[in-house]
Design a protein around this ligand. Structure first.
Ligand code: FAD
Length: 474
């Protein structure tokens, strides 16, 4: 549908300089209006490029290269990797971060018409003004895009003992001998496996009874097993009491299933969730509603409780990914300038990935969520031991699970646990978005031996026993 944009208002002031902010600035420029972007704290580009997606994923790949060299899956292939030169790995990571920060953030706004960038701590004064560095910027619209930061649990002794977060762990020059990871969600698990694969002795301490507690236990139990196979100690149901440092060692005193236990390591990584950057932002004073966790409350058009003030990205909570932050930034900017009815965000069939190995990938509903909504569903679980690609690669860890509505055969969701399993996700996301049935997936050609065959085989397995099929199942 064609949208109409007002010649007035003309200026968006964006507080924050991450992915949501940049997407908003580009959209505003397309609409022929002006942007002032104010960033402070993290370098320009925010979390993803500096201390999130980019550093974590390149370090995960480096750790994987080292691990695979020493753990061949083929009897006839013997290889090894000498102890990693972690300093060189970190230097290479820094180069990549700098390169992407320049290419994907600084360069894209360098010649952007009507764009001004300010470095400084911004504070919302009211719907029409933002204060920074002693200057008060006039704004027709304001976008709060200040992101989130590690949320540090209030554990006695933690601050004194010292801890790493994603902002410091990917900057270490030397590997710690051992590491306790507090947390059991994606940042915790990706980091735990990455450090373990570099040779660090890693213990994961998770408060809930399972890692990734939002996922079903078939998936989390299997992943726990794979992490343990690599020597990572995964302890769940942990209530941490106190933390202390004694010289080069930290000690975590905890209760696990009613029994007192102590865990020791040279470093602690706090990966216990992320909280919004809303402190000292002037939101409450300006009347912008925040929830109990401090996240900015928005409606589906990304308007806050104050007319003219929008918010996008991690600071509003919800799905906290870089691609959702960018989507929200652009949508908020568009809505801020649209004369016609604002558009609502749409997270139908939102795909997501956890970059452990095997990866965890999901889209749509799992069987528990479907049941909560009163939907009658069937579930097909295809172990990768049935997938020729996985057999050929001698890596059959994991499964593909599809969830379909029983009556209509329509695909409602998928969960994947597989090496490179994220590559399967977009077929499933599009299938859900466009209302495809499991039968339609089953009847589509999937080249032999691709991992994609796992999707086809899983879809077929709603009606047939996979063991009884020949090659290139039909
Ligand atoms: C370890 C880790 C790995 C991740 N990996 C992935 C991944 O693989 N894929 C993925 O999609 N997502 C990943 N994410 C999530 C992703 O990084 C975030 O969802 C995304 O970067 C959020 O963007 P944003 O624009 O909302 O906020 P941010 O990128 O955090 O930007 C906000 C900016 O505003 C600044 N700021 C804060 N307060 C003020 C103020 N008062 N004045 C001025 N500036 C201020 C901040 O310092 C920051 O520079 C990862 C996150 C982490 C922590």
């Amino acid at each position: 549908m064609k949208r109409f944009f007002s010649r007035q208002p003309r200026r968006l002031v964006i507080v924050g300089g991450g992915s949501a902010a940049f997407a908003a600035a580009l959209k505003v420029s397309e609409l022929g209006a002006e942007t002032v972007l104010v960033n402070d704290g993290l370098p320009i580009g925010g979390t993803c490029v500096n201390v999130g997606c980019v550093p974590s994923k390149t370090l995960i790949r480096a750790a994987e290269a080292h691990h695979r060299a020493g753990h061949s899956r083929f009897a006839g292939i013997r290889s090894h990797s000498e102890g990693p030169d972690f300093g060189a790995v970190i230097a290479e990571k820094r180069e990549l971060v700098e390169e992407l920060r320049r290419a994907k953030y600084l360069d894209v706004v360098a010649d952007l018409p009507g764009f001004r960038r300010i470095e400084g701590r911004a504070r919302l004064v009211d719907a029409g003004h933002v204060a920074v560095n002693g200057e008060t910027l006039a704004a027709d619209r304001v976008l709060i895009a200040t992101g989130a930061a590690p949320r540090i649990p209030a554990i006695p002794g933690l601050a004194e003992a010292g801890y790493l977060t994603n902002e410091s762990a990917f900057e270490l020059e030397e590997l710690p001998e051992s590491l306790i990871v507090l947390g059991g969600r994606y940042v915790a698990l990706e980091s735990a496996q990455m450090f373990a694969r570099f040779g660090v002795e890693v213990t994961v301490l998770q408060r809930s009874p399972r890692i990734l507690p939002e996922e079903t236990s078939d998936l989390t139990d299997a992943l726990t097993g794979y992490l343990e196979d690599e020597g990572i100690e995964v302890v769940t149901g942990v209530a941490v009491g106190r933390i202390s440092r004694n010289g080069g060692e930290v000690e975590v005193e905890a209760e696990v299933e009613g029994a007192a236990r102590a865990f020791r390591a040279s470093q602690i990584l706090a990966a216990t969730g992320r909280g919004p950057n809303t402190r000292d932002l002037g939101l409450r004073e300006a009347g912008v509603e925040v929830d109990a966790g401090g996240f900015v409350v928005v409606d589906d058009t990304l308007r806050t409780s104050v007319a003219g003030v929008y918010a996008a990205g991690d600071v509003i909570g919800g799905p906290m990914y870089v691609y959702t932050a960018a989507y929200e930034g652009a949508l908020a900017a568009e809505n801020a300038f649209a004369e016609s009815a604002p558009h609502e965000r749409d997270y139908t069939a939102l795909p997501w990935v956890i970059f452990t190995d095997p990866q965890v990938a999901g889209v749509g509903l799992d069987e528990r969520q479907a049941a909560d909504r009163g939907l009658e569903v069937d579930v097909a679980v295809l172990p990768l031991a049935h997938v020729p690609r996985s057999l050929a690669a001698r890596d059959t860890r994991g499964f593909v699970k599809l969830i379909r509505e029983t009556a209509s055969d329509r695909l409602l969701g998928a969960r994947i646990l597989a090496s490179e399993g994220s590559e399967l996700l977009m077929e499933l996301s599009l299938a859900i978005r466009h209302g495809l049935t499991a039968g339609e997936l089953a009847s589509a050609f999937h080249p032999y031996l691709t991992l994609g065959e796992a999707v086809k085989l899983a879809a077929i397995s709603f009606g047939k026993r996979i063991e009884k099929l020949s090659c290139c199942a039909a």
